[in-house]
Design a binder for this molecule. Structure first.
Ligand code: PNS
Length: 161
């Protein structure tokens, strides 16, 4: 089974990594798909996000990193994806994720694109990219929430701002 794990990954966190590792163990192929968002600049450029992901995921032979723009359903269908993977951290995630899952299935050919949810590990279930950006910007400690190299690069972004 070939699955897609889409997201903004601005930056990748240990929560994302946990989901990718577990998906890699359960599915034949995992495409980590980074959304090219033309409306939102983001902290890291697309190239920087892809580079960090590729470096961190180098050892996972069934995981590949791609970027996509437009509708996820179109990218998924063009790449013969069987299902979308999303992580659920808390009940608060559920509402948005449920809508997204229904929309993607509705938009897919023959209502065929399923979304499968993995529950975030409790160790990292409170981590989000937006929280990482805010903590780093305010000089807090993000050690243990993102990989070391990502932490360094995130702090660097805010130096001199
Ligand atoms: O990491 P995020 O920001 O939670 O990821 C959200 C993402 C990229 C999965 C979602 O915004 C998405 O799929 N965007 C592409 C446009 C799309 O297909 N939207 C769904 C129908 S409105």
């Amino acid at each position: 089974m070939k699955v897609i794990y889409p997201g903004s990954f601005d930056p990748i966190t240990n929560g994302h990594l946990d989901i990718i590792e577990r998906a890699s163990a359960k599915f034949d192929e995992v495409v980590v798909a980074v959304l090219v968002n033309t409306q939102k600049k983001g902290l890291f450029s697309m190239d920087e996000r892809i580079e960090m992901l590729e470096e961190l995921l180098y050892d996972y032979s069934n995981v590949k990193v791609e970027k996509f723009s437009g509708l996820l359903v179109d990218f998924a269908q063009a790449n013969e994806i069987d299902a979308i993977i999303r992580g659920l951290r808390a009940v608060s995630d559920y509402e948005n994720e449920l809508q997204l899952a229904h929309l993607n299935r509705f938009l897919s050919k023959d209502d065929n694109l399923e979304t499968l949810f993995l529950t975030a590990s409790p160790k990292v279930s409170f981590v989000s990219s937006s929280a990482i950006r805010e903590i780093a910007q305010l000089g807090g400690d993000i050690t243990g929430l993102v990989p070391e190299k990502v932490a360094k690069k995130t702090y660097k972004k805010y130096q001199g701002r």
